[in-house]
Write a protein that binds this ligand. Structure first.
Ligand SMILES: NC(=O)c1ccc[n+]([C@@H]2O[C@H](COP(=O)([O-])OP(=O)(O)OC[C@H]3O[C@@H](n4cnc5c(N)ncnc54)[C@H](OP(=O)(O)O)[C@@H]3O)[C@@H](O)[C@H]2O)c1
Length: 338
C-alpha cells in the first residue's frame, strides 16, 4: 500500500454495484483529500471498521432507511477511530469515537458527527460488537418486541451470527427454550455450545418438519434475521399470541432480485393473534443505557460468548464484506486498521 501525505489518505471507493455476490473487485483503493482542520473539527484515524450485512443494502440502488452509496463514492460504514488532532471542545487527542465516515483511514470531521465511546479494561472492539450495535440490537429487539417469558420457545435464525448468537444466549438467560437455525454442522455445534436446546441446519434439514419436531407446541417468539423460505416455514408454526421480530433480511441480500413471494401469513396472524413488528434501534434510544449496563455486566462476568472475526489490515475490507454476505464469517467481523 502506498504512503500518504498529510493532505490526503486512503479510502475504499465503490467501483460498480454487485448484481448478486459481493466481490473485492467491486471496490478500489483511492486517495481522498484530507483538508486542514477548522474550528469545531477533529482529525480521526480509523482503528476498526465494522463489516456488517446492512452494508449490502447500501450497495443497492433502492430507497431504504439510509442513503445508497453510488459508484465513485467512498464506501460507507460504521467505524471506531482515535482522535489524533482536535479543534473542538468536545474531543481531545486519544479519545475513541464511533462514526459513519466509512472505509477511510483518516478523516477531518465536524465533532457533532462523532459519538464518544467509553473505554475501560476491555478491548475497544467490543464497542462495535457485544457492547455496540450487535449487542444492543439483539437485546432490545428480543426484549422489547419479542417480550420473552420464562418457558417460551424462541426460534432464532442466523443463530451463529454476531447478533443471532447473542439472542440465543440472552433468551436462555431469560429462561426460554431456544431453537437456533444455522447453515452448517460446525455452526450448529457452536449454537449448541452457547446454550441452544435444538438446532436446525437449514441447508440439509427439512426446515418445516424440523421446526415441528423441535417446537411441537409452537413458537412463542420468532426472531428472524433472514426472511425467505425459512421465515415462511417458521410462520406456519407460531403459537397463540406469538411475537415475530422482523430483524434482518439475509435471504434478500443473497437473492436481491427474487420477488418476496411465499405463503402469505394473514390467516396465521389472525388465528394465532400474533404480533409482527420490524426493529430499528432508533425507536428504542431511551432504552440503550439500561441495555448497555445489562450486557456489560453479563459480558464482564464471562456469561456471554461474543466471537470476533478480526481481519488485520485496511486492505482486507472488501473481502471481509464479501465473506460476511456469503456466510463465511465466524462472529462479528471487524477490520483492524494498522
Ligand atoms: N434491525 C436492526 O437494527 C439490525 C441490527 C443489526 C443487524 N441486523 C440484521 O441482522 C442480520 C444478522 O446480522 P449479523 O450482524 O448477525 O450478521 P452476521 O454475523 O454476518 O450473520 C449473518 C448470518 O446469516 C446467515 N445467512 C446468510 N445468508 C442466509 C440465507 N440466505 N439464509 C439463511 N441464513 C443466511 C449466515 O450464516 P449461515 O451459514 O447460518 O447461513 C451468516 O453467518 C442481518 O440481516 C443484519 O442486517 C439488523
Amino acid at each position: 500500500m502506498s504512503t500518504v501525505t498529510q493532505t490526503d489518505c486512503l479510502a475504499w471507493k465503490l467501483v460498480s454495484r454487485p448484481a448478486a455476490d459481493v466481490r473485492a473487485d467491486h471496490f478500489e483503493l483511492a486517495k481522498v483529500d484530507l483538508p486542514e482542520l477548522q474550528d469545531g473539527e477533529v482529525l480521526v484515524k480509523a482503528r476498526y471498521l465494522s463489516i456488517e450485512p446492512l452494508l449490502r443494502g447500501r450497495l443497492m440502488d433502492r430507497s431504504s432507511y439510509a442513503a445508497a452509496v453510488h459508484p465513485g463514492e467512498v464506501m460507507t460504514g460504521r467505524a471506531l477511530s482515535e482522535v489524533v488532532a482536535s479543534r473542538s471542545e468536545q474531543f481531545k487527542s486519544g479519545d475513541i469515537v464511533e462514526h459513519w465516515l466509512g472505509w477511510r483511514e483518516q478523516a477531518v470531521v465536524n465533532a457533532n458527527e462523532l459519538r464518544a465511546v467509553e473505554t475501560g479494561p476491555w478491548p475497544i472492539s467490543a464497542s462495535l460488537g457485544v457492547l455496540g450495535s450487535s449487542g444492543l440490537s439483539a437485546y432490545l429487539a428480543l426484549t422489547e418486541i419479542g417480550q420473552p417469558q420464562p418457558g417460551d420457545t424462541v426460534l432464532v435464525t442466523a443463530a451463529s451470527g454476531a447478533v443471532g448468537a447473542l439472542v440465543v444466549q440472552i433468551a436462555k438467560k431469560l429462561g426460554c427454550r431456544v431453537i437456533g437455525v444455522a447453515g452448517s454442522p460446525e455452526k450448529c455445534r457452536f449454537v449448541t455450545s452457547i446454550g441452544a436446546d435444538a438446532t436446525i441446519n437449514y441447508k440439509t434439514d427439512d426446515v418445516e418438519s424440523a421446526i415441528q419436531q423441535a417446537a411441537p407446541d409452537g413458537i412463542n417468539v420468532f426472531f428472524d434475521s433472514v426472511g425467505g423460505t425459512i421465515h415462511d416455514a417458521a410462520m406456519s408454526h407460531l403459537a397463540l399470541h406469538a411475537r415475530v421480530v422482523v430483524f434482518g433480511t439475509m435471504d434478500f441480500y443473497a437473492n436481491p432480485d427474487r420477488p418476496d413471494t411465499g405463503p402469505r401469513h394473514l390467516r396465521t396472524i389472525l388465528v394465532k393473534r400474533a404480533m409482527l413488528r420490524g426493529f430499528l434501534i432508533r425507536d428504542f434510544e431511551d432504552k440503550v443505557p439500561e441495555a448497555l449496563s445489562r450486557l456489560a455486566a453479563w459480558w464482564r462476568e464471562g456469561e456471554l460468548t461474543a466471537r470476533e472475526d478480526i481481519r488485520k489490515g485496511f486492505e482486507k475490507a472488501p473481502q471481509a464484506l464479501a465473506d460476511v454476505i456469503a456466510g463465511r464469517a465466524q462472529g462479528k467481523v471487524l477490520v483492524e486498521v494498522n
